[in-house]
Design a protein around this ligand. Structure first.
Ligand code: UDP
Length: 368
């Protein structure tokens, strides 16, 4: 599941009895069913997940008929509900008009950062205008995402920041034991935990590794949204820098917390602004030092660098220097990582996120 789907899985845990209208089946549908939601699968949804944000209008044309049918299905489903909650950009774009037509208020949980790095001008304008016209509330996970929405033309009085929240079950065993069990090498080891995508910046960490002799890195995640060429390029880059045995590609994993506990530091190298970054919170909860690029919400989560090291984007030299410092003096950071864990526990728990959203949705239902 993508980060936004993992958020949805946690958001709806107290929503048993609600209806989830999904474009297709899969792990998300299973997770929502387990939470007690009734699943309605769109009859015309399958093609939609293959439609990318950067698709040309000409290539999108053949699916327009299906989209219209889907909008009808959505309208019918919305009529049976008090509030429509759209958890993705596509869901919002498709549900906005149908929900309005059947007179149901709509909450858009915008997980993206609506800025020029991620969206074209026209895409930003369409989304912001549609939100102004059709969304009762727009929920974003950070102040950075809220600001981008407003800059794109969205109404400030519609936006509510609800930081993502999650709970982590930690393994009580020491890192050395975890490494042995996971088949990871001993010695200096860092990790990058993200789907593989150019803007997530895994290539910058590989370049950084070339500057720190003996350092190894686990690259966890896969190309979830069709970025296979980038995934291939990462392997080529590692080979070209002579790092094949120091960059360990572990693919998509469902044991991220354990892997994080096993490494000496987590690097979050996004080259474009992050709307949030669950990975950062997970690393804080795991009690591992973090190095992150100062782009988007990372600085909010790491409190301007007080809870982790912030470096400028696209700077392998700065990542290398930060990791060298962490590995040389791990004890210097013990207090900071402890503080980071405490902050993550109090600010970014799942229950707080669930409560915030439940309150907001109740208010919308009551048309407050
Ligand atoms: N993740 C995972 N397995 C992987 C790689 C990532 O479960 O192999 C999880 C990661 O732990 C985090 C989420 O995917 O919970 C990514 O969320 P984030 O907000 O960091 O990034 P997004 O992909 O939503 O931009």
């Amino acid at each position: 599941m993508s980060g936004a789907e993992l958020v949805l899985r946690d958001v709806v845990r107290p929503w048993a009895g609600s209806t989830a209208f999904l474009f297709e089946g899969g792990p998300l549908a299973d997770a929502l069913r387990n939470a007690g939601l009734t699943i309605r699968l769109a009859r015309r949804g399958a093609d939609l997940t293959r439609l990318r944000r950067d698709v040309s209008p000409l290539r999108a044309l053949p699916v327009l008929g299906r989209l219209a049918g889907l909008a009808l299905e959505l309208g019918r489903a919305a009529r049976a509900c008090d509030v429509v909650y759209a958890n993705s950009q596509k869901a919002f774009l498709l549900a906005a008009l149908p929900a309005r037509l059947v007179g149901r208020p709509l909450v858009w949980h915008l997980h993206d950062i609506l800025d020029g790095a991620h969206f074209g001008r026209a895409q930003r304008a369409v989304q912001a205008r549609l939100a102004n016209a059709c969304a009762a509330r727009v929920v974003v996970p950070s102040r950075a995402a809220a600001e981008a929405f407003v800059q794109a033309g969205g109404r400030r009085d519609r936006v509510t920041v609800v930081p993502n929240g999650l709970d982590l079950i930690l393994d009580p065993r020491p890192a050395a034991d975890l490494r042995a069990e996971l088949g990871l090498p001993s010695g200096p080891l860092v990790g990058v935990f993200s789907r593989l995508a150019p803007w997530k910046g895994q290539d910058v960490v590989i370049e950084a590794l070339a500057l720190v002799p003996g350092l190894r890195c686990v690259v966890v995640g896969s190309a979830l949204f069709g970025e296979d060429a980038y995934a291939a390029r990462l392997r080529e880059l590692a080979a070209a820098r002579g790092l094949t045995d120091r960059v360990l590609f572990l693919g998509q994993r469902d044991d991220v917390p354990r892997l994080m506990q096993a490494v000496d530091a987590v690097v979050h190298p996004s080259v474009d602004p992050e709307p949030f970054g669950r990975t950062l919170v997970e690393a804080m909860l795991a009690g591992v030092p973090v190095v992150a690029t100062d782009a988007g919400a990372s600085a909010e989560i790491l409190e301007g660098g007080a809870l982790g090291t912030l470096v400028p984007p696209r700077r392998p030299d700065r990542i290398a220097a930060a990791l060298t410092a962490i590995l040389a003096h791990p004890d210097d950071l013990a207090a900071r990582t402890r503080r980071a864990r405490e902050r993550a526990l109090t600010r970014y728990g799942a229950a707080r996120m669930q409560d915030d959203l439940a309150t907001l949705i109740r208010q919308v239902a009551a048309r407050v």
